[in-house]
Design a protein around this ligand. Sequence first.
Ligand code: F0G
Length: 413
Amino acid sequence: MKYEYDLTFSPMFDLVCIGCGATYRSDAVIYTCSTCGHLLEVRYDLANINITRKDWLSRPISVWRYRELLPVAGEPVTLQEGGTPLYHLKRIGEELGLKELYAKHEGMNPSGSFKDRGMTVGVSMALQLGMKSVACASTGNTSASLAVYGARAGIPVIVLLPSGKVALGKVAQALMHGAKVISINGNFDRALEMVRDLCETKGIYLLNSVNPYRLEGQKTIGFEAIDQLNGEVPDRMVLPVGNAGNISAVYKGLLELSELGFIDQMPMMTGIQAEGSQPVVRAIRQNLPEVIPEPSPETIATAIRIGAPVNAEKVLHAIRMSKGTADYVTDEEILGMQRDLARKEGIGVEPASAASVAGVKKLVETGVIDRDERIVCVVTGHLLKDPETVIRQCAPPIECDATLESLLAALQL
Ligand code: F0G
């Protein structure tokens, strides 16, 4: 089934400050409120949107199935992102006593991570707003995805990466797709500050998750999961948290479905961080009004090695309002679950992605998760993103002479 784009489609929305409620026109190039500095979000005129779930279900499953709730007019910059598989985790679920444990495999997107959902929308908006170049800071996946979509759109891309802390596959993608790749002698949080300054000074379009349009694309993970569960809402959605854009985006999208009357319950939004990089977990556990940044975050899951999540305000709201929770997992738990997903389920994900399922294991064992819950874990990126961490965990291939005798000896048969 091919998606037919309505070239005359023109969405109705405003950009609204989540702090003071100030409203900005949809053609403004702005990322945070110029009055109070808080984050912005896209708000649609939901009462006047004419769409039914049946209309959506008649289209191919992809980000663009849901275009009435996306900000892009006309034809988007697309590589057919979304429509990722929702797998039932039978073996891991059985071990944990969970009948309904699912993984939405976002590694099956064009560049191998969920970032493509954000970039198809974000880069389309960059063109719509007349921007001539785009940039981001990244722990890796955002840079790979922006490089891909910038190439598709035919505009130059600049990416800032924390030196020595980005997995090999992600750097390879950013380089091969033609981005200008800058390696910063500092961590991701510093790279993000720098790229924000760069974009402001030079009129370059910023495509980190502080950009409200990017999150619009990412919210479709939740829409698809519900469609794939035949309209049933999961009791809980579990996501790895770094900058906290994705979990906030999914929550926002589901709120919209609820306001449209398409669903009658919200999942408990559950965020999982790494032990060495858990500012959101601390804020939730200690019931703090805001997230206190961690100056030196550290974890093997470099994708979520982030101490100052830019969407802190949004994630605290999402978790608290949905009666969800946040917890951390150790690097050992992350790698153990990466191997379990690979070997027991045939699902290859990168370490940060395994954190969501490792988090479910911990929350079941500590009695937070009820075994009757229907749970969707978002596994965010593909195994091949970080081949070095994979190779380090596995025994090397067995060397063998090119004879049957040696082969049988090598196989101990
Ligand atoms: N999982 C993976 C594989 C990621 O790459 C990221 C974020 C996350 C989870 C966390 O998502 O930031 O929305 O909470 N990666 C960003 C990047 C920071 O630059 O690629 P989040």
